[in-house]
Design a binder for this molecule. Structure first.
Ligand code: C2O
Ligand code: CU
Length: 470
């Protein structure tokens, strides 16, 4: 049997593309491949923007290197830790078994300095994902411990593509008038209680002004990934037509773009860009630091050109969990807010009891999920196969981005960003005072984090978990 994905899609809504992708279709063709990643200190200057500093990274990935694989394969990733501190690897957006997920309190191994550890990483879904340290995440991701992943679907339409990894860095001018990276910004601070740690130098693939090439003879797929620990980018392509075609790795119904999108920390978005009729194409990262951003020069590529229309019509959303509209076994609320000075019971809960404003501030807790500031209480427990609806309310004046480990969820409601409705995501962006509803089907057993990917918020209260029982 050799069904292409296009044929599968033609079989109609009743056919589960996902079931085939997730397991059986590629089982006979799948193979294992060995990948080596070294977490190591290295000297960098971010392309000359700052004085040399010690970064922690997996070589090449801050600069835009992509780890590529094929749906159905399994990677055996050997991590070697040559850092002076322990670390782990988390596979953001990939559906991996819990022990491979990199979360130490929930069953992952802490990889000590000098040690090696091998992760088994099944590639179940095509799309753009990323890996990053999940130990002292705020610190380790800010220092460069991240990288992009593209999982290829062998039946997908061929298109020229570029991965753009968006980051920011906190810099200061030293006594000699040189710009240098300032790691003190990662210490506990009131920034955690506001928008998070926002840098003042933006990079794309490790450079402030990279040259990004587009296909001259057909569309280019830009794969955007926000690895910043706090900054919400508002990217936009100017000077030509572009379409949003995937969110968090998963295809969505193509949407022609006329305004910037939200790309919150941890999120991904794929944008299909047409060559312009004339003139230049600009890429504006929308970081509020620079006006209009990077120029995208056009180059001719040898790639087989494909018409934009053909690509867009080929596209269709892929449903990994066969969720049906309205199907719900359990319903829960996730109410996010700041610790509350005016609540007579206390400003928030910690260690199972209500605490005063000062007690919470002492522990650098600024945020609560359902009144709890330390993630000590899980959000819900269910069995494999059950569907859960989560109604999320952001009752604060700050943007948040809720990341769920273990699976993709379907966005069924978003009061400020209705274009997200219907999308499958692993990281849901919530503007100030907004609401969203998500639906999910519990799949892999274990405890899985739910946290804000603005990492200053994660450490200061925006962390909880759910549990799937076998
Ligand atoms: Cu990208 Cu819990 O993380
Ligand atoms: Cu947040």
């Amino acid at each position: 049997m050799n069904l292409t994905r296009r044929k599968l899609l033609q079989l109609g809504a009743g056919t589960s593309v996902a079931a085939l992708f997730g397991s059986s279709l590629f089982a006979s063709q799948s193979h294992d491949s060995a990948v080596r990643l070294t977490a190591q200190p290295s000297q960098t200057r971010l392309g000359g923007a700052v004085s040399a500093f010690e970064q922690w990274s997996y070589p090449g990935f801050v600069e835009g290197r992509v780890l590529e694989g094929t749906v159905g394969d399994t990677w055996q990733v050997e991590l070697e830790n040559t850092l002076p501190v322990p670390t782990t690897l988390h596979w953001h957006g990939l559906r991996v078994p819990q022990t491979m997920d990199g979360v130490v309190p929930f069953g992952a191994e802490l990889v000590m300095p000098g040690q090696r550890y091998t992760y088994d990483v099944p590639l179940k879904d095509p799309g753009l994902y990323w890996f990053h340290s999940h130990h002292n995440s705020l610190n380790q991701i800010a220092r460069g411990l991240y990288g992009a992943i593209v999982v290829r679907d062998p039946d997908a339409a061929p298109v020229f593509e570029q991965a753009l990894v968006l980051d920011d860095w906190t810099t200061r001018t030293n006594a000699f008038g040189r710009r240098e990276v300032d790691w003190s910004a990662l210490e506990p601070s009131l920034a955690w209680g506001h928008a998070g740690v926002l840098g003042n130098l933006t990079t794309i693939n490790g450079r402030t002004n990279p040259r990004i090439e587009l296909n001259r003879r057909g569309p280019t797929r830009l794969r955007l990934l926000n690895v910043a620990t706090g900054r919400v980018f508002r990217p936009q392509v100017l000077g030509t037509r572009s379409w949003l075609i995937a969110l968090d790795g998963f295809d969505c119904i193509p949407l022609e773009l006329s305004e910037p999108i939200f790309l919150a920390p941890g999120q991904r978005a794929d944008i299909l860009v047409e060559p312009p009729q004339s003139g230049d194409v600009q890429f504006d990262v929308g970081d509020g630091l620079f006006g209009t951003g990077t120029l995208l020069p056009l180059t001719s590529v040898r790639d087989r050109a494909m018409a934009t229309e053909e690509f867009l019509s080929w596209h269709a959303p892929h449903n990994p969990s066969e969720l049906r509209p309205g199907e719900t076994d359990q319903r829960h609320d996730l109410i996010m807010g700041a610790i509350n000075y005016d609540d007579p019971r206390g400003a928030g809960m910690m260690g199972g009891a209500w605490r005063s404003w000062d007690e919470l501030l002492d522990q650098h807790k600024y945020w609560v999920f359902n009144d709890v500031a330390d993630g000590s209480q899980g959000l819900f427990t269910g069995r494999i196969g059950e569907t859960v609806e989560l109604q999320i309310a952001n009752n604060s004046s700050t943007h948040h981005v809720i990341h769920l480990h273990g699976q993709h969820v379907k966005v069924t409601y978003n009061d400020k960003t209705p274009m997200e409705v219907g999308a499958y995501r692993d990281s849901i962006s919530l503007e100030a005072f907004s609401k969203a509803t998500i639906q999910m089907r519990l799949a892999e057993p274990g405890r899985w984090p739910i946290h804000c990917h603005i990492l200053g918020h994660q450490v200061s209260g925006m962390w909880t978990w759910y549990e799937t029982l076998a």
